[in-house]
Each structure stands twice: as structure tokens, then as C-alpha cells.
Design a protein around this ligand. Structure first.
Ligand code: ADP
Length: 363
């Protein structure tokens, strides 16, 4: 059978374990040898004990765990050709020519580059005498399937990334808790949630917590936001509301592109309205905890589909990313989705918010 390896890279997210489990079990079911690569690209570059064969039971009891049991890392060495050459050697040693990469757009970009360079890397290893001609021939095609693990839901091409739903569960638990205490003391709370380029978590958090105001990067507030915010908060209080909730994404900005922090918002509220105002920064709590049912199912479906894609891949099949479209698992060209995701960031960098939002849509 084919040699398949699965690894998780970049920021972790809940549901990655479900995906790892599905890759291992689907692979074994179809007669493949499946390997874990621990610590992302770093494990691939270092080789040795980082690349181990998985069996059916090595993925028992992980579907309910957050994070990733095989570790994740950021790896500078893989950004250099020398590092990728070492990584290629360690894969060939084990007869691995199929990769399932679970990560964000950086990790997927790295995988695509690796695949483009594969022939060159093999030639270099052959020239160094590290591999034989026979090994070069047997391993000449590297096939890649990507899965997007990210709590931010910041990837073009898929309706939901693995981890977003669980992060929203964490956020809802926190906002609900805050609302009850805010109610008792008639306070105003500013809740900061993750999302540097993507306001999805903030927007859904605002909708589901009945927030009064939300700051997201894709729809920057006008520069006179302090007036508008204060007016809105006052209006709610005079209508009898005992509290105010404001949700702010990490990457919040105004229409001039200037960052807005939770502290900025607090100062506006305190200086103008003299309300008892507190900030809660949810931080890494959002990445942690058990994956939701949705993320377990999403990870499982995406992992199984990734193995199917690798089974069907031929010499010239381009790397794909497994995405959710409606309720369907679909395969999309990996690099096109990455490019579109980067184009969104680009459009935001030049303050073309409309373009960013329209590009974000579906690819
Ligand atoms: P994410 O996958 O969550 O976007 P990063 O952008 O940090 O996270 O990428 C994770 C890892 O993927 C990096 O540490 C690096 O090893 C690899 N990587 C990212 N971009 C590239 C690239 N352009 N070329 C090669 N490797 C890359």
C-alpha cells in the first residue's frame, strides 16, 4: 500500500485530533502504511523518532481532546531549501510520498512549495549519494491533501475551518458568564476575541451575546466611532438595559486603518459616560478545551476525504485542499485557495474593504 504521513502545523485548533484519527484509520482501512510526523515541519526536518508508524489503536481516545496530540510547531528550517531537502530525505527513508497537512495558510503554502520542488530535491539527494536511482524513481511523485485547521475561519474556499465552531462555544460560555455579572452590577464589558484579519468570531459572538457594538477588521468603524458608540450605549441604557456588551476583534481598525484596542474603547466609555467598564481578553482559552460535535464530525469527514483524494491522485494531480461547501466535502485546488486568502489580506492592507469582503465569499 501507499505510504501516507499526517502532520499538524502552525497554530493548533480543536478538531485536529479528529482529523488525524480519520486519516490514520481510513488509511489503514485502505491498506496504506500511515505515519505520524510529530511537531509539524520541524519533525519532518529532524526525522528520527519524529516520524513513526501509526496503528489503529494509536488514535483511540483522542477525538474528544482539544489541540493536537502529535504536536505542532513553527519551523524556520523548512522555509530554507536545505531544510526541505532534509525533510524530503526523511520521507523517502520511510517510503512516504503522500502527505496530509493540517494547518493554516502558511502551512499549506509550505506544502505546495515542497511539492513543486520535489523533483529538484530528489535530484539533489541523488547527487549527494543519499538516495539511489531506484529510490528516486519509486518516490518521484509527492501527493498532497490539505485540511484547514484554524479557529478564525479565515480561509477562502471552505465554509468552516476546523476549530471555529469549538472556539465559538468557548466564547459563548464566556460571554454568557460575563452577561450575568454585568447585569448584576450594571456594568459595561468589552470582550476581546481572536481574529487579526478575520472578524468571523467577533461577529458571531456579537450576534449570539446580544452585544451593543462590534469592531471587526473587514468593516472598519467610521472615525467618529466614539460618538456613535456612546450614543448607542446611552440609548440602550435609557431603554432600560442594565448592561452593555461590546465585542472587539484583535485586528479591529477604523476606516483610516488605525488599530482600535479594547483600552481605547474603555477610555471612550469611561471618559464620556462614566460607566463602570471592564475588559475581558479571552486569549488562548478560545483555542483550548474539547472540540464541539461539529468540529469532531468536520475533522473526521475532512480527514477521510483527504485519504480518498490521495488514493486517487496521479502523477500530475495538483495538491488539493478539502473544504466544506454547504454540507459537502469538496476538493479544491490548494494554491488557488491560498492565493485568494492572501488577496483578502492584501485588499485589507490597502483599505479596500469591499474587495476584501467580496473575495472572502466563496472561492
Ligand atoms: P499557519 O499554518 O497557521 O498559517 P504559519 O504561517 O506560522 O502558520 O506557518 C507554519 C509553518 O509552515 C511555518 O513555521 C513554516 O515552517 C511553514 N511555512 C509557512 N510559510 C512557508 C513558506 N512560504 N515556505 C515554506 N514553509 C512555510
Amino acid at each position: 500500500g501507499k505510504g501516507i504521513a499526517v502532520f499538524t502545523s502552525g497554530g493548533d485548533s480543536q478538531g485536529m485530533n479528529a482529523a488525524v484519527r480519520a486519516v490514520v484509520r481510513m488509511g489503514i482501512y485502505l491498506g496504506c502504511k500511515v505515519y505520524f510526523i510529530k511537531e509539524g515541519y520541524q519533525g519532518m526536518v529532524d526525522g528520527g523518532d519524529n516520524i513513526v508508524e501509526a496503528n489503529w489503536s494509536s488514535v483511540s481516545c483522542i477525538i474528544h481532546k482539544g489541540g493536537t496530540i502529535i504536536g505542532s510547531a513553527r519551523c524556520l528550517a523548512f522555509k530554507e531549501k536545505e531544510g526541505r531537502k532534509k525533510a524530503a530525505y526523511h520521507l523517502i527513508e520511510k517510503g512516504i510520498t503522500n502527505l496530509v497537512v493540517i494547518g493554516g495558510d502558511g502551512s499549506l503554502t509550505g506544502a505546495d512549495l515542497f511539492r513543486q520542488e520535489w523533483s529538484d530535491l530528489l535530484d539533489a539527494l541523488l547527487a549527494d549519494g543519499k538516495i539511489t536511482k531506484d529510490q528516486r524513481e519509486k518516490n518521484k511523485t509527492l501527493s498532497i491533501a490539505g485540511l484547514v485547521g484554524s479557529i478564525d475561519n479565515d480561509f477562502c474556499g471552505t465554509d468552516m475551518t476546523i476549530g471555529t465552531d469549538s472556539a465559538l462555544h468557548r466564547i459563548i460560555e464566556a460571554t454568557d458568564a460575563i452577561v450575568s455579572t454585568a447585569y448584576s452590577h450594571q456594568r459595561t464589558f468589552i470582550m476581546e476575541v481572536m481574529g487579526r484579519h478575520c472578524g468571523y468570531l467577533a461577529l458571531v459572538a456579537a450576534l449570539t451575546s446580544e452585544a451593543d457594538y462590534v469592531f471587526i477588521p473587514e468593516d472598519p468603524v467610521p472615525v467618529d466611532w466614539p460618538d456613535k458608540l456612546c450614543k448607542k450605549l446611552m440609548q440602550e441604557r435609557s431603554a432600560g438595559q442594565r448592561l452593555n456588551i461590546i465585542i472587539i476583534a484583535e485586528g479591529a481598525i477604523d476606516r483610516e486603518g488605525r488599530p482600535i484596542t479594547a483600552e481605547d474603547v474603555k477610555k471612550v466609555v469611561v471618559d464620556n459616560l462614566n460607566q463602570d467598564t471592564r475588559i475581558t481578553v479571552l486569549g488562548h482559552v478560545q483555542r483550548g478545551g474539547n472540540p464541539s460535535a461539529f468540529d469532531r464530525v468536520l475533522g473526521s469527514r475532512m480527514g477521510a476525504e483527504a485519504v480518498m483524494a490521495l488514493m486517487e491522485a496521479e502523477e500530475h494531480t495538483e495538491p488539493c485542499v478539502i473544504s466544506l461547501d454547504g454540507n459537502q466535502a469538496v476538493r479544491l485546488p490548494l494554491m488557488e485557495c491560498v492565493k485568494q486568502t492572501k488577496a483578502v489580506a492584501q485588499a485589507m492592507a490597502v483599505k479596500d474593504w469591499d474587495k476584501a469582503v467580496s473575495l472572502r465569499g466563496k472561492s
